[in-house]
Design a binder for this molecule. Structure first.
Ligand code: M6P
Ligand code: ZN
Length: 189
């Protein structure tokens, strides 16, 4: 029997994690999509709110919500700050609470914040090659603390879903700011 070797359907660019192929979705969050997320409203008000804070590529090989599949994502957070608070993702819990996720750093540097259901937080440093396991029931947000784009990959179950409400309403109890030129995690509630 002659078995034909086919090309993979998708190709990852290892320099930044971006993926090429069918069914790859792209989206962007601009400052105007993040009203109320950053603390310094005065600085926010004088910024160009059309600027992109982060962009996401996602490859969903099966329908979202279907059990048993996996999704691949790549997020790029631009370098930048609102006042002294670094650009970050919105952050979310999974709608299907107990679903876990892997993140891994590809290029740039940042911080991954984890928050449990009691709002207790911890943080891991993200850098090229760092691998982060996000257990179920843990909210997660990523912050670019560097001066170059932070590119990171993600893989999560196709029935995880996104729950943004809790974090949109109550935020995280910590913020990541630049203080004396260094990123610092500051408690805010
Ligand atoms: C990763 C994954 C995606 C997520 C994206 C942006 O790629 O976790 O599921 O959508 O980061 O994060 P957020 O949805 O919190 O804006
Ligand atoms: Zn997630």
């Amino acid at each position: 029997m002659n078995t034909l070797i086919q090309q993979a359907h998708h190709q990852i660019d290892f320099s930044n994690g971006s993926i090429a192929g069918k069914k790859v979705l792209t989206s962007a969050k601009r400052l105007k999509d993040m009203v109320g997320i950053f603390e310094d409203k005065g600085s926010f008000a004088i910024m160009d709110t059309n600027q992109i804070v982060y962009s996401v590529q996602a490859y969903l090989p099966v329908e979202e919500g279907k059990e048993g599949g996996l999704f691949y994502g790549k997020t790029t957070i631009e370098p930048g700050k609102v006042g002294d608070e670094y650009f970050m993702t919105l952050g979310h819990f999974h709608r299907n609470m107990d679903r876990a996720e892997f993140y891994w750093g590809i290029q740039g540097k940042g911080i991954l914040l984890f928050m449990d259901e009691d709002r207790k937080c911890r943080a891991e440093e993200m850098k090229p090659g760092s691998l982060h396991y996000i257990p179920g029931k843990i909210g997660h947000r990523t912050i670019n603390t560097g001066s170059t784009p932070l590119h990171f990959g993600a893989c999560w179950p196709s029935d995880a879903g996104h729950n943004y409400e809790e974090i949109l309403q109550n935020g995280f109890p910590v913020r990541v700011r630049e203080i004396d030129g260094q990123p610092q995690i500051i408690s805010v509630s």
